[in-house]
Design a protein around this ligand. Structure first.
Ligand code: ATP
Length: 604
């Protein structure tokens, strides 16, 4: 587990991510736009409201200019009152439309985020087991959760704000031009400096926020691993080291955040400086206009408002770009996840597996999780229909790998896995999973009651049918004795149940699914003698009439098996019944002897 491993080189996947960053940047906008399609009407409504607000904003300087030039000398109370009412009206409009705009934006955000979340979720679920073996859970969670959240400001808030800013900029420029072209020309001098700075800023910010998001996913991944492995961490007393590693990751995150913020931080004061310069220029040019009689006081006052309205959008661009940079960095990471293809998927002509007799053939298999480290070599094993075959052997020699291959969680490198002569790569995954039942060591249960978990295997079954199946397998009295019997909530991943109870639920679940081929990786942890007996009885009943491949850790299971295959370094070294293998006095006899002398319930 990486929680305990400390620093490690980047995995292939992470390197791949870094390389992919650049390539994705180009096509990203093209890929983001379709995401807005379902909420386009809501976004259009927000944009329309923003634009109406812009006109309300521009009415204010016009009204103030009007009062200064035409209602003060001589004083015209009617015009002043009218202008005041107009000003009040613009604010009332702002409040009313502000609420409406929030409502539309909120609805669009909810719909958009739910769509993206569901898409990411569905995609994650479709990925092959190998991806989850290689990728930290926290990294996936960070993408599906926080990265998706970060898309919302970019996709929903940025477009209306951007358009509003552009409109304010253009209108202010036109009005300044209309009052006195010189006023606009003076201001325009600062624009190229601002544009250049904005482009440079966007580049810097995007890189910085990409780094921030990556560092965030690292410490989330560490947190998720710690939660999953908390028992192990406590057991080996590595809390302090683990905390130190977490702090290190937080430090990296904060360093990236501070660097990102520092880079973003200079932009606002810089644009503020340009605004002040713009105001000063307007005052100088406008003051001269008043002195020459080409400009009225009301027009100069209006112009000062327009300077703000012209330059404020340029400042807002910094915030918009920051959100865009942050959002696009997250979008890249989400697209990278969405672009990850499942390694195992149905081939184009995949057919449904017909009802099997149950013959399994591992035909000259070669396989390794990494190309340079083979786990199984020239592995050839035939299991007859209805036969129960136990696999025994030292740890790490490839027993569970056979399960991974038979269930097609991984594909073989060479050779083939055949079921009744069908290469499992040529049949549909769904039909394969229907006929190959699996009970794995970790005995995973989902939140809900015992009945909910049993029903996973047979959704249409009544409660009575589910309980009947448990009785047939001899698990009824154990499950009935739970605090609320079959209605007991099993807790997260079945944590409220003992290991033995969990195992029984899983065996009943497999029984209900009624597969032709059963693959069982026996749990290794200790359980009490009476539960152990029940499990053995349930197992015997479960195997009746099915072909069973059992990674056996218990003596009783091995003895009950029709044949035993002993595996060493990915090859079969002995194959036969218990009595025959004992007679050989070879590897199996040694393993058996080791068990007998240790008197442990789990020799292998
Ligand atoms: N997902 C994986 N990615 C990379 N290597 C793996 C993976 N799973 C297993 N291995 C490696 O493959 C080899 C065989 O593992 P396997 O789980 O098949 O052993 P096993 O005989 O079932 O052991 P055990 O009795 O302890 O369960 C081991 O060296 C193991 O480290």
């Amino acid at each position: 587990m990486n929680v305990l491993a400390g620093d490690r080189p980047l995995s292939d996947l992470e390197l791949e991510e870094k390389l992919a960053d650049k390539a994705l940047d180009r096509g990203m906008v093209r890929r983001l736009l379709p995401l807005l399609h379902p909420v386009r009407r809501l976004v259009a409504a927000v944009i329309a409201i923003e634009l109406v607000q812009v006109f309300a904003i521009f009415a204010r300087p016009l009204l103030i200019g009007l009062v200064i030039d035409q209602a003060l000398q001589p004083f015209d109370a009617g015009l002043v009152a009218l202008a005041c009412a107009g000003l009040a009206g613009t604010w009332a409009l702002r409040f009313a439309l502000g609420g409406l705009s929030q409502y539309f934006a909120g609805s669009a955000a909810t719909e958009l985020l739910n769509t993206i979340r569901s898409r990411v979720f569905a995609h994650v679920q479709s990925l092959s087991v190998g991806y989850f073996d290689r990728t930290k859970a926290g990294r996936i969670i960070s993408r599906a959760d926080r990265d998706v959240d970060t898309l919302e400001p970019m996709l929903i808030q940025c477009p209306p704000q951007f358009l509003s800013a552009v409109l304010r900029l253009v209108l202010a420029a036109l009005l300044l031009w209309a009052i006195a072209p010189m006023l606009l020309l003076g201001l325009v001098m600062v624009v190229p400096i601002l544009l250049l700075a904005t482009v440079a800023f966007k580049r810097l910010a995007q890189r910085s926020w990409g780094r921030v998001a990556e560092n965030r996913s690292r410490f989330t991944a560490h947190l998720v691993e710690t939660v999953a492995g908390v028992r192990l961490i406590k057991q080996v007393g590595r809390e302090a080291e683990n905390l130190a590693r977490y702090r290190g990751l937080l430090r990296d995150f904060n360093t990236a955040l501070v660097a990102g913020s520092a880079r973003s931080g200079w932009f606002a004061p810089f644009t503020g400086l340009l605004t002040t310069a713009g105001l000063a220029l307007t005052l100088v040019i406008g003051g001269r206009g008043i002195a020459l009689g080409t400009l009225t006081l009301g027009e100069l006052t209006q112009s000062l408002f327009y300077v703000f309205l012209f330059l404020a959008p340029l400042q807002e661009f910094s915030d918009l770009f920051e959100r865009f940079a942050n959002g696009s960095a997250c979008a890249q990471r989400i697209f990278l996840l969405l672009d990850t293809e499942p390694e195992i998927r149905d081939t184009p002509g995949a057919v449904d597996l017909p009802r099997l007799n149950g013959e399994i053939h591992f035909r000259n298999i070669g396989f390794g999780y990494h190309p340079t480290r083979p786990v199984l070599r020239d592995f050839d094993l035939r299991i007859a229909p209805g036969e129960v075959l136990a696999i025994a052997g030292p740890t790490g020699h490839g027993k569970s790998t056979l399960v991974q291959l038979l269930t097609r969680f991984y594909d073989v490198d060479t050779g083939a896995v055949l079921l009744d002569g069908h290469d499992i790569r040529t049949v549909s995954e769904a039909s394969l999973r229907r006929q190959v039942g699996v009970v794995l060591q970790d005995n995973v249960l989902f939140g809900g009651t015992v009945l909910d978990n049993l029903r996973l295997a047979k959704p249409e079954a009544s409660d009575t049918a589910l309980i009947e199946a448990a009785s047939e397998l001899g698990a009824d009295d154990v499950l009935r004795a739970l605090p609320h019997g079959y209605h007991t909530a099993v807790g997260p991943l079945g944590a409220n149940l003992s290991q033995g109870q969990r195992q029984l639920v899983c065996l009943v679940r497999a029984y209900l699914a009624d597969p032709v081929v059963l693959v069982l990786d026996e749990a290794t942890s200790a359980i009490d003698v009476s539960t152990e007996r029940r499990i053995q009885a349930a197992l015997r009943r479960l195997c009746q009439g099915r072909t069973a491949l059992i990674i056996a850790h218990r003596l009783a299971t091995i003895r009950d098996a029709d044949r035993i295959a002993v595996i060493r370094e990915g090859r079969i070294v002995e194959l036969g019944s218990h009595d025959r293998l004992i007679g050989l006095r070879g590897a199996y006899a040694d393993l058996y002897q080791a068990y007998s002398s240790s008197r442990s319930a789990r020799p292998f």
